[in-house]
Design a protein around this ligand. Structure first.
Ligand code: NAG
Ligand code: NAG
Length: 230
């Protein structure tokens, strides 16, 4: 008697496992009904996304939308214009032209990247610990993912906030070619601090330092020429 029950139970459990497996496979193969296929006729109010399960499309749209909003804000435009006049000066001083390959380190949301593009540079790279596509990609300023000497100009407006300033300076110098320029904008400071900053760029020659205003804050711009990129 007990043996019969055992056999019956075994059969029952085998049957339920089979049913469960078949159900699972069926569920996997089925397209969920909530996904409207791309090929179906779009209803007039269906502007986007293409299907209710098309997440990638939706996130791209939202980045574009977010950027449009950000880039048209007053603060953004003011800051970009502020950087533009700083870079325009560098053009006048012959440290920069339209063909320069420029690197912006610690570029934040990308104001300086946009400013460089605005004044006519075609080849601008912006990096920051957190990326902000499409202007800024992710990279550690203390360990830049670029070969030696690939840029004509390295720029940072965040040098005075670097965790390891010497390492940060070394990486800027390494990626800028010999004869290229490293330019850092730091909080307004006097000769002593300027010398201190310049001394961190051990492979570069100090060119000049001057004060300028970046969206209302006084800052000092320090320009160095890279002597030897090896
Ligand atoms: C650089 O680009 C700007 C903007 O596109 C343009 O107005 C300017 O004439 C260019 N300068 C040179 C030297 O090509
Ligand atoms: C820049 O500003 C700092 C602080 O306000 C001042 O000490 C320094 O002399 C100024 N440098 C120049 C070149 O004007």
């Amino acid at each position: 008697m007990e043996r019969h029950i055992q056999i019956l139970l075994n059969r029952l459990s085998f049957a339920s496992i089979t049913i469960a497996t078949v159900t699972l496979i069926f569920l996997f193969l089925q397209t969920p009904k909530t996904c409207v296929p791309i090929t179906s006729n779009p209803k007039p109010h269906h502007k986007f996304p293409k299907s209710t399960c098309d997440f990638s499309h939706r996130s791209l749209t939202s980045i574009d939308k977010k950027n449009k909003k950000l880039w048209s804000s007053k603060d953004w435009i003011k800051k970009v214009n502020s950087f533009s006049s700083l870079f325009h000066d560098l053009q006048t001083l012959n440290h920069l032209n339209n063909r320069s390959r420029a690197l912006c380190v610690s570029a934040g949301a990308g104001h300086e990247v946009m400013a460089m593009k605005q004044i006519g540079l075609k080849d601008v790279t912006g990096v920051e610990l957190v990326d902000s596509p499409p202007l800024v990609s992710r990279a550690d300023p203390h360990n830049l993912p670029f070969f030696d000497g690939v840029f004509d100009l390295g720029f940072s407006a965040q040098f005075d906030r670097a965790l390891f300033p010497r390492r940060y300076a070394e990486e800027m110098e390494r990626t800028v070619r010999a004869g290229g320029a490293c330019v850092v904008a730091v909080e307004a400071c006097g000769d002593v601090e300027v010398k201190e900053v310049a001394s961190l760029f051990r492979k570069s020659r100090f060119v000049r330092a001057d004060n300028f205003t970046l969206i209302g804050s006084k800052m000092t711009r320090i320009i160095l020429r890279v002597a030897n990129s090896s």
